[in-house]
Structure formats: C-alpha cells, structure tokens
Design a protein around this ligand. Structure first.
Ligand code: PYC
Length: 317
C-alpha cells in the first residue's frame, strides 16, 4: 500500500491538493525540467492523485519540491485532470496558507519557484498577494467563427497559462454570467476553444490555448468585472483565476484602460474576488501583475494506493 500525504484547501471556492509526502522522485534541475520528467515518467501519479475516485475534474494538484535556489521557500509543480499548468494563481495562494497551517512559514514575503518562473508571494494570515510572472497580450481582437454561436472576437494573452479572453455577450451566445448557467457557459467556452484549435489560433510558439475566459458586468457594483473561466480539463474555475486575471490585466494595460498601480477587482462566477494591479515590466510590451485572494485549509489526509484496487491509479478524464 503506497501512502501519499496531502493537504486540501480552497481559494475563492477553487480547490487545491498539495502533495507533501509520497510523490515521485524528480531529481534536481529547474521546475520546468522536473515538470517534464513528471509528465514523461510519472503521469500516472498525476491521475492517481487528482482524478476520480480520489479527486475530481475541478481539483488542482501541486507537488511540493525542493527549490533550486536556497533563498526560495519552495518549488511547486501544478497539475489537473488533463495535464500540467505553468503557474496557478489560486493554487499558489492555497500553497502559502497551507505552509503556514503546517508551521513551515510565517507571514511575510516568500519566493516560490514554478515551471514558468519564480513568483513572489506575500502572506498575511489567510490572505496572499502574488507577484506573478510577466504577462502580456499576444494578439488583439481575434475573430473566431464558432459553430452555432457565430463570430466571437477576443484577445489571446499569457498570464502564466494561455488564455482566450472575450465578452460573454456576443453573437448568438449572450449567456449571463450566473452560476445557474455554468453548463451553457461551459458548452460555449468549449466551442470557442475547439474552434481556436481548428483554426490554428495559438499562443506564441504554437502553444495550445487551453483556457477560455468570458467576461461580463460584476454583480457587486464595487467590483470591476465578473468572469467565467474554462479550465483545460473541462471544469470551470470557481475562483476568478489568478493567471486569467493576470492575462486580463495585460489586455487592459495594452488598451490603456488600466493605469499602473490602479486596482482591478475581478469577481468569479461564484462571486469570490481577486484584487489585482500591475506595474510595467522592463520589456514595455509586458506587465508584472499582482493578484491577491484568500485561501482556507479544508483537510489533511493520506491517499492510499492499493495495488489490488483495479482503479488504484485513478480514472483518466
Ligand atoms: O488561479 O491561475 C489560476 C488557475 C488556473 C487554473 C485554475 N486556476
């Protein structure tokens, strides 16, 4: 029986499962190199820990790794039911709150290594502010002709993952961003993502755009916007999505709609909020976004992998 020690938390409603003990031995090197080794040699471990029957399509896993640099607090590799994530905003907020719960860190500033770069996170009680990787808009006003929905115009942007960002109220769709409509929103967002792939619309270096983010007016007037985010494995993000909010800031900055330092309050489909602002990056086409939200620890447990269990290694989704 193989035992894996995990701690589950949620950030604005979106769950994170952090793996502290019993994970694969990935050796040294950068988080990017270790993620590649994880994906090529231990993908079954990903399925066993986040897919059914131990997990679900919504769950994001994070493998805690020894950092490459001594002044980093930790390294982490995030993954989900479909594959690996470059960065994960809600997961990093959950990571810091979980490390504090374990007594491994104190409030203050922490350096976290991820496969797409090092991020800085400031922990204060259950609130975490993350200075994310540099983010940028890659393509503006891209038109996709989506079967059944018509022409949808949106931007392609990087915020630690690749996003297509569009207003929800377009063409034949016009689905209001209410949690009662998540099935319709999911169908719409998947149709957009499929059409992006069919039309060869990608991020830089032909990267697959695996997240679709739809926007509409906020429900709470003090917020700036509400979103619905389709994640790579088909689930929707219960939080406002840290990397998605970073991509949004990059688009707002590129359109001169948000000043450096100006606060943006992004509301999720559930109503949870990330506060966000940016500073210009050295490369004037990019920004350095900061995202803040709250996480809470839900459970400490051990996953048991029984070799006699026909579903021991999980059910791929
Ligand atoms: O918060 O960056 C995020 C995220 C990505 C996928 C799910 N959440």
């Amino acid at each position: 029986m193989h035992q894996i020690d995990v701690i589950d938390s949620h950030t604005g409603g979106e769950p994170t499962r952090l793996i502290f003990q019993g994970g694969p031995e990935l050796g040294g090197g950068s988080m990017q190199q270790r993620m590649q080794k994880f994906a090529s040699q231990f993908d079954s471990f990903r399925v066993a820990t986040v897919c059914e029957p131990r997990g679900s399509d919504v769950l994001v896993g994070g493998l805690i790794c020894q950092p490459e640099h001594p002044d980093s607090t930790t390294g982490v590799i995030f993954f989900n039911n479909r594959g690996f994530l470059g960065m994960c905003g809600h997961g990093t907020i959950g990571l810091l709150v979980t490390l504090k719960h374990l007594g491994r860190v104190d409030d203050g500033r922490h350096r976290i290594e991820t496969p797409v770069g090092t991020v800085m996170a400031t922990l204060q009680s259950n609130r975490v502010e993350i200075q994310n990787v540099e983010s940028y808009r890659y393509r503006k006003s891209v038109t996709v002709d989506v079967p059944e929905y018509g022409e949808i115009v949106g931007d392609v942007a990087w915020g630690g993952n690749w996003f297509f960002l569009a207003e929800a109220s377009q063409a034949n769709a016009s689905i209001s961003l209410h949690v009662a409509h998540v099935d319709a929103l999911t169908r719409f967002a998947k149709a957009i993502r499929d059409e992006l792939a069919r039309s060869g619309i990608t991020g830089s270096d032909q990267a697959f755009i695996d997240h679709v983010e739809l926007f509409g007016p906020p429900v709470v007037p003090t917020n700036d916007s509400r979103n619905f985010v389709l994640c790579p494995g088909g689930a929707y993000d219960r939080s406002p999505c840290g990397t998605g909010t970073s991509a949004k800031l990059a688009c707002l900055a590129a359109d001169d709609k948000l000043e450096p330092g100006q606060m943006w309050r992004q509301e999720s489909i559930l109503g949870s909020v990330f506060e966000a602002f940016y500073h210009p990056a050295e490369d004037s086409r990019k920004i350095v976004p900061t995202i803040a939200g709250y996480a809470f620890v839900n459970s400490e447990s051990s996953l048991l992998l029984d070799p006699n269990d026909p579903f021991c290694m999980g059910i791929p989704s």
